[in-house]
Design a protein around this ligand. Structure first.
Ligand SMILES: N[C@@H](CCC(=O)N[C@@H](CS)C(=O)NCC(=O)O)C(=O)O
Length: 307
């Protein structure tokens, strides 16, 4: 790309409208249409290799942060590159602006260009995270779950050897996900609304927090002593709870009403992979007071107890 960074012009909904997906009735194609997988042996068509892949992420986005946390936990920051879209968008979708820098791979100014390059006329979600392959010049995936798992498991040759998605724990990690995915990660959006559906989502979320608080009073992480992908998935939602989804306390009390859950959240934050991928300013509502994420948590003793 040229030496002068290229940027999209300012967000302009008057000219470009609001971002939305136009679907033709009867179109049964999935909205998140790219689901390629990276494999260590290349059998999927995308071999794990250093320098080959790029993640288009967004600092504000919990689904993208799962992926950037996995990269950091596995020591893959120099193996898979990352760049960040601007946090505001118009009808053109996510864009690269001075706020978080250019697209260092293709020099695109709109993320839409990556989708167009992969599938001309693409009309599904232009979402982050998006995983790009430099070699074939196309998107591998915009399915956050697959991207995170592949980065955690297929780059063993270049990683620091950490394994946060160990084979023996995968069934338990996915079992937790089938509870916390709808109740917490996705439930948090619905819970902030009004009406009976929001009320049900709120009840489910607060019950989950109460149960997690009890569990985390006995063990340091969701599955015991070891940090796993399950913790990463929960944490990105907890990080945004007090200052974004529950900033107006429309869902319930702040996280510190759940002392074990809140101490657990701080314990994770105080590790470089979590703090280094978090920029509260990119998702905090204006005026929201940030709790003290650096306060002592005193949770090491739980791990020593071998819970
Ligand atoms: N729901 C998405 C997760 C990713 C996602 O929702 N990303 C948001 C930003 S936090 C986004 O880019 N949304 C645009 C869109 O989905 O069209 C998925 O199932 O893959």
């Amino acid at each position: 790309m040229s030496l002068t960074p290229r940027y999209a012009d300012a967000v302009d909904t008057t000219t470009h409208g609001e971002y939305r997906i136009n679907r033709t009735p009867g179109d049964e194609r999935p909205l998140y249409r790219f689901t390629g997988r990276i494999t260590a042996d290349g059998s999927s068509g995308f071999r794990a290799e250093p320098g080959r892949y790029h993640v288009y992420a967004g600092w504000f986005c919990p689904w993208a942060q799962r992926v950037t946390i996995q990269l950091a936990l596995n020591g893959l920051e120099d193996v898979v590159s990352v760049s960040y879209v601007d946090g505001a968008r118009d009808g053109r979708g996510w864009a690269f602006r001075e706020t978080h820098g250019p697209d260092p791979v293709n020099g695109f100014t709109l993320l839409r260009e990556a989708y167009e390059a992969t599938e001309p006329g693409f009309d599904g979600h232009i979402s982050v995270p998006t995983l790009w392959d430099r070699e074939t010049g196309r998107i591998v995936s915009n399915d956050f779950a697959g991207i995170g798992i592949d980065l955690a498991t297929e780059f063993g040759g270049w990683s620091n050897g950490a394994d946060h998605y160990p084979a023996e724990l995968r069934p338990r990690i996915e079992e937790l996900d089938s509870w916390l995915g709808p109740a917490v990660n996705r439930g948090v959006g619905a819970a902030a609304g009004e009406g009976p559906a929001a009320e049900a989502a709120r009840a489910e979320l607060l019950a989950a927090f109460a149960e997690l608080d009890k569990l985390l009073g006995q063990q340091r992480h969701l599955l015991g002593e070891r940090l796993t992908e399950a913790d990463v998935r929960l944490w990105v939602t907890l990080a945004r709870y007090d200052v974004a989804s529950n900033a107006g306390r429309a869902i319930g009390p702040a996280l510190d009403a759940y002392p074990n859950l809140w101490a657990y959240a701080r314990d994770l934050y105080q590790r470089p992979a979590f703090a280094g991928t978090t920029d509260f300013a990119t998702f905090a509502r204006p005026g929201a007071a940030l709790p003290d994420w650096n306060a002592a948590h005193d949770r090491e003793a739980l791990a020593a107890a071998g819970a």
